[in-house]
Design a protein around this ligand. Structure first.
Ligand SMILES: CC(C)(COP(=O)(O)OP(=O)(O)OC[C@H]1O[C@@H](n2cnc3c(N)ncnc32)[C@H](O)[C@@H]1OP(=O)(O)O)[C@@H](O)C(=O)NCCC(=O)NCCS
Length: 178
């Protein structure tokens, strides 16, 4: 298994992966919706505000993740990890965790301070994320599942208290995602 940075030439393959994985894990509507989200993320996010990573088995992409810039009120450099997909056939074999660790290393190399995500704490706690209370750092939109608002400091510091909402890239600017 190789972990590499995403390049736009892989867009169709990566969109198809997200669509397939979420169709299988949720349903076809969700698969389509996540496929559209990923297309929009790639098309509308400035290059310096988006980092994608893929896992390749031979020539085939079997996992993908994206980090997009999250503006935080105290001005630290922060990214949002979302979405994440691993091909159904290789789930549960460490690809997801390996890919996220690879991505976090890429961010460390770009002087990122903080990474946030919104998902299942049982999975993301395996790669260093801890619950973030909204009194500490507000998400960009009101959260339907506040328990899923998670973060980590890449320097191992605690996450500082911040006043005011964070701001996501346009592709995530939709309250339905939160
Ligand atoms: C969630 C997902 C990215 C995990 O990747 P993966 O390669 O299967 O996970 P890994 O093999 O690296 O890690 C497996 C561990 O994570 C746990 N895990 C995997 N998927 C999980 C999930 N959806 N919720 C909670 N825990 C999960 C497993 O229990 C396992 O724990 P263990 O090592 O203690 O047994 C992948 O299963 C996936 O793409 N699922 C469908 C889409 C999805 O739910 N994306 C994430 C949205 S938040």
């Amino acid at each position: 298994m190789k972990f590499l940075l995403f390049t736009p030439t892989a867009t169709d393959e990566v969109v198809a992966l997200f669509t397939r994985v979420f169709s299988a894990s949720e349903d076809e509507d969700e698969g389509r919706s996540i496929g559209h989200l990923v297309s929009s993320l790639i098309a509308t996010t400035p290059a310096d505000a988006l980092i994608g990573c893929v896992a390749k088995e031979g020539e085939r992409i079997v996992g993908a993740i994206f980090f997009s810039r999250l503006r935080v009120p105290n001005g630290q450099q922060a990214f949002l990890l979302s979405p994440v997909a691993v091909a159904s056939e290789v789930q549960g074999t460490g690809v997801g965790q390996g890919l996220i660790r690879f991505g976090l290393d890429q961010l460390r190399g770009r002087e990122t301070d903080l990474v946030f995500t919104y998902g299942d704490p049982a999975f993301y706690s395996k790669v260093g994320f801890v619950p973030v209370s909204e009194e500490l750092v507000q998400a960009p939109y009101p959260l339907s599942q506040p328990i899923g608002w998670l973060g980590q400091s890449l320097e191992g510091n605690s996450i500082p208290v911040m006043q005011g909402r964070t701001e996501c890239v346009p592709a995530f600017a939709n309250s339905d995602y939160w």
